[in-house]
Design a protein around this ligand. Structure first.
Ligand SMILES: Cc1ncc(COP(=O)(O)O)c(C=O)c1O
Length: 454
């Protein structure tokens, strides 16, 4: 159905007049009315006034079970008391010293205790900057020009990482990116070890970068065995392995995906949870590689140093939040609890799909879930769905209209998942949230059927 005769859209507009007004203003100010592509929603998404635990409330007073999870930053949920107290203590003491400060040292100490390969750390403000730094380090360290990445894997929006994420799978530059930059990237199909080995054999690949559990936190999953094989292959080729743990770090386990699967990369990038819900990120890894940022080490080695600035590196308030969050993750079963909630949620959603006779599936690992809406009409059983058997082109190309309308229906029923129909669980989500979400899916299916979308 078009927007004008959709009852879902009409109900949404009726439920959210204050959001509609803000969206109207935003459309005049921001391209597409949003400040992050993943927040796009037709006709508009809710404007959030506040959040607590596993929930958030919009400016019209509607409550949502929040699985958007701050783009994955909130394994402890919104406003965890330790994190809030740390921010409240740090903020009045100063938000920007233009100087080194004690909290950055404690923050880095905590990271290096949790991530065995973190011999050296450099803070940045975002995951995008962290992958940019890791890739530059790898090129400088190896003296090689090429970077190998996997189709569909996301590593931020800087020039090197745009071709091959959502489009330009032939490696051609996305608009505004220089052809010469795109030529420095080689793309491989995810999980295809022979393809990787062929490319590594050229001898010009500085680094392989990947999302260790697969594209979009395992929406297109990779098996842990692939990580082990990739580690061995990169070692043989003298190529650095960069694990982009921006999402998986401190979520898959307190030591990230590398801790869970026992694979040590040369470099890792962390963001999101590392800063406890505040802006902050880092590159961590081998001392000899990060020493390319070090004045004395580069002078001693007779090498030209890589410069690194940026006003908000290791911001004291982010450091406080990050330290508090990581202490909770390290000192509790937070990763397991959030993962157990996600497993129970996936099972509950699959029971709804099975009982409604909808051939979709909820799947995922760790504290994540993805809803597969089966664009090719495969014969699948929700509880026995194997995402490894589905090619990336199919998983990443659902019916966009259906996905958008389903997300809106879920919002109407009090649940916020992200625009890919994926979500993150936190320790703040509970059995009642799972029940609400299962009910929301059942009701959303009925709404979609009523308007002929299903
Ligand atoms: C795996 C991965 N790498 C890098 C990034 C970029 O991080 P940021 O959004 O902090 O720039 C993201 C963001 O979602 C991500 O998921």
């Amino acid at each position: 159905m078009t927007q004008s005769n959709s009852r879902i859209v009409a109900a949404w507009r009726a439920r959210t007049p204050a959001s509609a007004e803000l969206a109207g203003e935003a459309a005049r100010l921001f391209p597409s009315g949003v400040t992050h592509d993943a927040r796009l929603q037709d006709p508009y998404s809710p404007y959030i006034a506040r959040a607590e635990g596993g929930h958030k409330w919009d400016v019209d007073g509607n409550r949502y079970v929040d699985f958007f999870g701050g783009h994955g930053a909130l394994i402890l949920g919104h406003g965890h008391p330790d994190v809030t107290a740390a921010i409240a203590a740090a903020a009045p003491e100063g938000t920007q010293f233009g100087a080194s400060h004690p909290r950055e040292v404690a923050w880095a100490q905590q990271i290096s205790r949790m991530v065995p390969g973190a011999e050296r750390i450099r803070f940045t403000s975002s995951g995008t900057e962290a992958t940019l730094m890791a890739l530059r380090l790898a090129r400088a360290f190896t003296g090689r020009p090429q970077l190998l990445r996997f189709t569909g894997h996301f590593h931020g929006w800087h020039d090197h990482m745009t071709p091959g994420y959502a489009n330009h799978f032939d490696g051609t530059p996305t608009p505004g990116v220089l052809a010469g930059v795109a030529e420095g990237i080689v793309l491989a199909p995810p999980g295809d070890l022979p393809a990787v080995e062929r490319l590594l054999a050229r001898g010009d690949v500085a680094a392989v970068i990947l999302e260790p559990t697969g594209a979009s936190f395992g929406q297109v999953p990779l098996r842990p065995e692939f990580l082990h094989a990739l580690r061995a292959a990169t070692e043989r080729a003298g190529t650095l392995l960069i694990m982009d743990e921006v999402v998986t770090g401190f979520r898959v386990s307190p030591g990230g995906a590398q801790g869970a699967f026992g694979v040590r990369p040369d470099l890792s990038t962390f963001a999101k949870i590392v800063a406890g819900g505040m802006p902050g990120a880092c590159v961590a890894g081998r001392r000899d590689v990060l020493d390319l940022l070090d004045v004395a080490a580069t002078a001693a080695a007779g090498r030209e140093r890589i410069g690194h600035q940026s006003t908000f590196n290791a911001s004291p308030v982010s450091a406080a939040a990050g330290l508090a969050c990581l202490r909770v993750v390290a000192g509790s079963d937070a990763c397991e609890r959030a993962a157990a909630t996600a497993a129970a949620l996936r099972a509950a959603l699959n029971r709804v799909l099975a009982s409604e006779g909808v051939p979709w599936a909820a799947y995922g690992t760790s504290s994540g879930f993805h809803l597969f809406t089966n664009p090719a009409g495969r014969a699948i059983r929700p509880d026995a769905f194997d995402p490894h058997a589905v090619p990336i082109e199919e998983i990443k190309n659902p019916n966009a209209h259906l996905v958008s309308r389903l997300r809106l229906a879920l919002l109407l029923n009090g649940v916020d998942v992200n625009s890919r129909l994926s979500g993150f669980t936190s320790i703040a989500h509970d059995a009642a949230d799972i029940e609400t979400t299962a009910g929301a899916l059942r009701e959303s299916i009925a709404m979609l059927r009523a308007e002929g979308e299903l």
